[in-house]
Design a protein around this ligand. Structure first.
Ligand code: SAM
Ligand code: SF4
Length: 375
């Protein structure tokens, strides 16, 4: 069974939030300090991933909040293995021949990296994690502290920066190879806050052989006080970086969030034959150049609420827990999800671009918070 929404968009990616909590307090995100009541159990999460895969999801991204705070992370990843093996063995016990039913093709994680020790990176790899994206919004102690909402100023920022740089090394050593896209760096850029970090971040990523993904500051949630003036457009980011290191466009893959660019000089110190993905730059332009048209992402919160858009209103979510009970008949969860997906009409970023502005009379639309929704 595959699902298609009102705009003909298939379901392709499940972004599953494992916790609404975080060990950081980035002002552009501002997570809750506590979990919502009624967190899903491991069995319920697994049932949910299975249902999404049955409806066409091929990619699972584990996120939060900070997913490394979740003690069952490795267990969940390992337990997803049969959902992948479906690709090789469905309808064929010997595991050879043409698969009848495709399964999960990748499991990815987004993390701030502060808790990614060498041991944890190895455990994640051993459990079957394919890709890690680490988030870092600056290269100076002061900017890292400000962007992560750390009390303690530059010294606290330096300490976090050191942890994230170490995490990059741990992930690489554990086998997350940037050259195969298995290790990348995310950075949110806010005009007037950390736009001076653009070139230093690009230099760091080139040096480390990592693809840097620059994310426009988005109007997710209500707490971050988003203003259009604080958005530095992806085009402006590309122009600034390109004036230092000329770039050529690679385009945006179907259903992808990022438009990719290639450094004409080949990237890091080793050039095209260097250490990894540092020859590429990516920009996520969800404010200035929305990509709602082929968005295939379903989000489910740590307490089992399904959202079909990153900018969804809190009350628009569907509580999946009634279909995640021990006595739920087989197929009922898939049917509920398929129905929800078939009604999906969201194209918030395109609507925003078409002229929506908050007004005192109408009141600004309310969005569910990013860390709850699963970024
Ligand atoms: N805690 C993890 C992390 O920071 O990587 C995972 C969750 S976080 C919500 C996922 C991604 O969303 C991060 O890369 C973060 O920088 C990004 N993000 C959060 N709030 C954002 C906003 N208002 N605009 C753009 N990106 C944002
Ligand atoms: Fe935490 Fe990630 Fe949100 Fe920063 S962006 S507060 S690290 S969940």
């Amino acid at each position: 069974m595959s699902a298609s929404d009102r705009h003909g968009r298939p379901l392709g990616v499940l972004r599953l939030s494992l916790t609404a909590r975080c060990n950081l307090a980035c002002p552009y995100c501002l997570p809750d300090g506590t979990e919502p009541p009624g967190l899903l159990s491991q069995e319920q999460r697994l049932a949910l991933v299975g249902a999404a895969v049955a409806l066409g999801a091929r990619s699972l991204r584990l996120t939060g909040g900070e997913p490394l705070l979740h003690p069952g992370l490795e267990r969940l990843i390992a337990a997803c293995a049969p959902l992948r093996r479906a690709a090789a063995t469905a309808g064929n016990p010997e595991g050879s021949g043409t698969p009848e039913r495709p399964g999960l093709t990748e499991i990815a994680l987004t993390s701030n990296g502060a808790l990614l020790t060498a041991e944890r990176a190895r455990a994640l790899r051993a459990a079957g994690l394919d890709r890690i994206t680490l988030s870092l919004d600056g290269t100076s102690g002061a900017s890292v502290a400000a962007m992560a909402g750390l009390a303690g100023g530059a010294a606290a920022g330096e300490a976090l920066l050191a942890k994230v740089l170490a995490a990059i090394g741990h992930a690489r050593a554990a086998g997350f190879d940037p050259a195969r896209g298995a290790l990348k760096l995310n950075a949110v850029i806010q005009q007037g806050h950390n736009d001076d970090q653009l070139l230093p971040l690009a230099a760091l990523a080139r040096r480390e052989g990592l693809e840097l993904r620059l994310i426009e500051y988005m109007d997710v949630g209500n707490r971050n006080g988003w203003r259009p003036e604080a958005v530095l457009s992806a085009a402006a980011m590309v122009e600034r970086i390109g004036s230092q290191w000329p770039l050529e466009p690679l385009g945006r893959a179907a259903h992808g969030t990022a438009a990719r660019w290639r450094y004409r000089d080949g990237g890091g110190p080793g050039g095209p034959d260097g250490p990894g993905g540092g020859e590429r730059l990516a920009v996520v332009a969800s404010v200035s150049a929305p990509f709602c048209g082929d968005c295939n992402r379903l989000r489910v919160t740590a307490d089992g609420i399904a959202y079909t858009c990153l900018f969804a209103a809190p009350e628009s979510g569907l509580d999946l827990r009634p279909w995640l009970q021990p006595d739920t008949p087989p197929g009922a969860l898939e049917a509920a999800l398929a129905e929800r997906w078939s009604l999906r009409d969201d194209r918030w970023s395109e609507e925003r671009q078409a002229g929506w502005r908050p007004s005192a009379e109408a009141g600004a639309p309310r969005h569910a918070e990013m860390a709850y929704l699963g970024g």
